[in-house]
Design a protein around this ligand. Structure first.
Ligand code: AKG
Ligand code: FE2
Length: 235
């Protein structure tokens, strides 16, 4: 916390060390400059976090192609997320095939939009939520005191930016709710959301707590891509 940090929000994690803080500040500054200069990017109203949106980032046809890939790979989320129990993230998810040329094209478009190196991004993950399924409130940044962070520190460090694309409209429910910001975004086909998981000073921003609220009617499909502070993976 610095003198200028906002007060702690209502819901937050216990404080933890942030070894990647300087790198997170650099990423935040770099991405902010890029998104602010892009006329197609809109900053959403939130005081203590940077959340951006782009309409029609993907065409309907492109969304359908990703939906088909997700239907081909999705498994219950808890199989991928060792840290979550099954009530926390009840959707189905799966890493899409990074070597697929269409997936690569979409990933590169996201890289270009936010202006970070392709190598810093994790493989895009697809998610499918049926009625009643949800992703409860969480931070995308790693809690660095957790045992898994030892591994993550060696393969790219902290998560910086999140980019997420809604692949379809959902009849009811399935909003992305930023509970500490009073911001709730309904799924809209083709819309990309991106947010900085760090504060302006590179701190782990507790205001980015968010949830995928339960789908009430219909099915929700999204892809999510997380960027690290350096090359992701064992490279
Ligand atoms: O489903 C949503 O709207 C949110 C998904 C999410 O938070 C994530 O994938 O990290
Ligand atoms: Fe998330």
């Amino acid at each position: 916390m610095t003198k200028d940090s906002p007060p702690l929000p209502l819901r937050h994690y216990p404080p933890c060390p942030n070894p990647d803080r300087a790198a997170m500040k650099l990423v935040g500054d770099r991405v902010r400059a890029r998104l602010e200069a892009d006329p197609l990017v809109q900053r959403l109203p939130a005081e203590h976090a940077e959340v951006w949106a782009v309409g029609d980032f993907l065409s309907g046809e492109e969304c359908d192609r990703l939906i088909a890939l997700i239907d081909g790979t999705a498994v219950p989320s808890q199989i991928l997320d060792h840290g979550y129990n099954e009530v926390w993230r009840t959707s189905y998810s799966g890493d899409v095939d990074r070597n697929d040329s269409f997936v690569r094209m979409v990933e590169r478009r996201i890289d270009d939009l936010i202006g970070l190196p392709h190598e810093w991004g994790e493989t895009m993950q697809g998610q499918r939520y049926a009625p009643g399924q949800e992703f409860r409130e969480h931070m995308d940044w790693f809690w660095t005191k957790a045992p898994y962070f030892k591994t993550e520190a060696k393969r790219g460090g902290q998560r910086t930016y999140t980019a997420m694309i809604y692949l379809n409209d959902v009849e009811e429910g399935g909003e992305t709710a930023f509970l500490n910001l009073g911001l709730s975004i309904p799924p809209q086909r083709g819309v990309l959301l991106a947010w900085n998981n760090a504060g302006l000073d590179g701190s782990l921003n507790q205001f980015t707590l968010h949830a995928g609220t339960p789908v009430v009617k219909g099915t929700k499909y999204i892809v999510t891509k997380w960027y690290r502070t350096r090359t992701w993976g064992n490279a």
